[in-house]
Design a binder for this molecule. Structure first.
Ligand SMILES: Cc1cc2nc3c(=O)[nH]c(=O)nc-3n(C[C@H](O)[C@H](O)[C@H](O)COP(=O)(O)OP(=O)(O)OC[C@H]3O[C@@H](n4cnc5c(N)ncnc54)[C@H](O)[C@@H]3O)c2cc1C
Length: 440
């Protein structure tokens, strides 16, 4: 078969999560004809909140969506974790890497609706289509009702951590669930004392509570916090059937201020259950199929990178299709570029997760003693902050963020004297530019 120079391609995207949405936006803007196949009967976000890192914000900036994201999200300057006795375990400030950068806490619903509103009207989205396989040549997909769709010039597997298309790229090197997961939900921010910090509290590695400020979402001006409670997935049912009272008592003992925020929680069903996978495909692409997002590199959310990686994948794929001489060359180039970035994160995530989510008490005790101290050693602080911000590249390199992006981030993130989220003139300017978005 002669190589086809990428012109206007007919592209199928399987999955309408962050990776699928970002790819649909970027590829349709480049003139490609995009069809999305989503298994859920209706479109919407899953989960509570997410921390966007500077590398992910940079992709939103490239898409022209940074300002509306900043308008809703909450600037996060610091990650601080301690034991109930007040021993600091983790203390990282973005400003120690670069005073212009910060993270952005966002409600999943806000990110979903901002991306959904930016998806071109010409993109066809088919709901309730669970895609179970991709043909050998990567041009056809089949759903669980036995319908075949295609042929396409390119199929993108953006079907998340439990991807069914992963095996179509080749047998994975690793693909297994983590034994630990989490319960999470959104809470009213009320008068929470740390509106610009991700705060965590740990008991060894067995227990972890997290509170991340995530701001508002389109159509709902109430600022929220994303609440996280770590739990082995095998204990989800036991937790639910024990009723909320003993669990709430435990939280009151560990973190009275966090307990005060849980007044509105009266039913276990108000908390969503999250489980994670660790997946390393040997190949991210084969013929006309490419994997993006968690389908390509599912990992535990301990480093808070998954959404950022999904955004970076979509941008790298768009750029590769623009520059390469054929679709095949573009996919190979995309895999090479993104693998280089992701590899170190897979390593760190695998080794760090048991320090924060496991039954290993000795490991937890060592972490309490050493983690914070390590972060103050010469060289280690920079490394940890680069990993956190998503800018670590391989073992020695770093992702360079464009100066114009950093200038926008710095200007937008300036807190006004009253301590509100952003400079008020910047906010009103944005409202004029973006108008209103629908509620999610
Ligand atoms: C508790 C928790 C906290 C997290 N915190 C952070 C954080 O702070 N920062 C961060 O960057 N990341 C975080 N992550 C990770 C992040 O959520 C994921 O990495 C990210 O959502 C991956 O996006 P995706 O589009 O690849 O997959 P998903 O968001 O999972 O989207 C996949 C989509 O594909 C659809 N789909 C699945 N199978 C099929 C099929 N067979 N056919 C058709 N459609 C299908 C699904 O319905 C879904 O819409 C967290 C994850 C968890 C669980």
């Amino acid at each position: 078969m002669p190589e086809q120079k990428p012109g206007r391609l007919h592209i199928a995207i399987v999955g309408y999560g962050t990776a699928g949405q970002a790819a649909a936006i970027l590829l349709s803007r480049d003139g490609h004809r995009v069809e999305v196949f989503e298994r859920s009967p209706s479109l919407g976000p899953v989960g509570a909140g997410v921390l966007l890192q500077p590398v992910g914000l940079r992709v939103l900036w490239e898409m022209g969506l940074l300002e509306i994201a900043l308008d809703h999200g909450r600037r996060v300057d610091r990650l601080f974790g301690e034991t109930p006795a007040g021993l600091p375990v983790m203390d990282m400030r973005y400003a120690n890497l670069d005073p212009r950068i910060y993270g952005l806490g966002m409600q999943r619903g806000a990110l979903f609706s901002i991306l959904a509103a930016a998806v071109n009207d010409e993109v066809q989205v088919h709901c309730a289509r669970r895609i179970i396989s991709c043909s050998e040549d990567g041009r056809r997909i089949e759903d669980d009702a036995g319908c075949s769709h295609g042929p396409f010039d390119l199929v993108l597997g953006a079907d998340g951590s439990t991807s069914l298309l992963r095996v179509s790229a080749g047998p994975p090197k690793l693909d297994r669930p983590y034994p630990w997961g989490a319960l999470w939900c959104l809470l009213d921010e009320s008068d929470w004392a740390f509106p610009h910090e991700l705060r965590q509290r740990y008991v060894r590695a067995r227990k972890m509570i997290g509170l991340l400020p995530v701001g508002t979402r389109p159509g709902d001006p109430t600022p929220r916090l994303s609440f996280f409670w770590s739990l082995p997935t095998a204990r989800f049912e036991a937790w639910s059937s024990a009723g909320l009272a003993p669990w709430l008592d435990e939280i009151r003992a560990l973190w009275p201020e966090a307990h005060g925020l849980l007044d509105g929680i009266a039913d276990a069903a108000q908390l969503s259950r999250a489980s994670y996978r660790d997946a390393i495909p040997r190949r991210w692409q084969r013929n006309r199929l490419a994997l993006i997002g968690d389908a390509a590199h599912a990992m535990s959310p301990q480093l808070g990178q998954g959404v950022n990686m999904a955004l970076l994948d979509a941008l790298a794929l768009r750029d590769a299709l623009r520059e390469a001489s054929s679709v095949e060359a573009a996919l190979a180039g995309y895999e090479q570029i993104r693998r280089r970035h992701v590899r170190a994160y897979q390593f760190w995530s695998r080794w760090l997760t048991p320090l924060f989510q496991s039954d290993l008490d000795t490991i937890g005790a060592l972490r309490d003693l050493a983690f914070h101290r390590l972060g103050r050693l010469w060289g280690m602080r920079g490394l940890m902050l680069r990993v956190l911000s998503g800018t670590q590249l391989g073992w020695l390199g770093k992702v360079v963020l464009p100066e114009p992006f950093l200038a926008v981030l710095e200007h937008a993130g300036r807190a006004d004297p009253a301590g509100s989220r952003l400079d008020s003139s910047v906010v009103s300017n944005r409202r004029e530019n973006h108008g209103q978005f629908p509620a999610s």
